[in-house]
Design a protein around this ligand. Sequence first.
Ligand SMILES: [Zn+2]
Ligand SMILES: [Zn+2]
Length: 191
Amino acid sequence: MANCIICHLGIIEGLDKYETCPNGHPTHYDCLKEWLVHSSNCPLCREKYSDAVIDKFKEFIEEKEKEQNEFIEQELEQDKVKKIKVVADQVAFLKFVETIEELIEIEEYEYALSRLELHDEYPIVTPKGQQILFLKGKINYLRGRFDLAINFLFKLVKAKFNFPEGFLLLGKSYEALGLKDKAQWAFERVK
Ligand SMILES: [Zn+2]
Ligand SMILES: [Zn+2]
C-alpha cells in the first residue's frame, strides 16, 4: 500500500481513486484536485503533471479560480467602500466645523453651542472629539463664560497636551478670572 504524498494517508488499491506524477508519486484523487488549484507540479519532485492528469481536473480548477477571483474582487470592493466612507465622514466633519466657525463669526454663540451638543459621539481621544471640545471652550470664552471655557479647555489639554490654541484660550480664561498663576502655567505651554 502506497501513501499519498499530500495527506500521507494510505491509498488502498482498488478502493481509492488516485493519480501519479510522471515520477510515480501517488496522491489521492481528491487531494490532487485541491493541490492543482495552487500548482501543476508534483509537491514532492516538482515535476509537472501530465496534461492527461491535469485535464481531468480542469473544470474543478477553473471553478475554484473563479471563486477566488470573485472573493478578491469582493474584498477590494468592501475596502473601497470603507475608504469612501472615511473620506465622506471627514468632509462632513470639516463642513460642520466651518459652519460653527461661521456662527462664531456672527456671534451666534448659543446656536453654535446647541449644534455642537448634537455631536457628542466623538470620543475625547480622537482629533474630532478634541476639535469639538476646543470649539465649546472657545465659544464659552467669547461669550464670557470663563468658568465653562476652563472646564472644556482643561479637559482638552489633558487629553491632548500638544494643543497650543487650547492652552492659549485656557490661559486667557484664567486671566479673565484673575487667576494669574494658572494663567502663567497655561501660557508657558503655548509653543
Ligand atoms: Zn491524500
Ligand atoms: Zn513527483
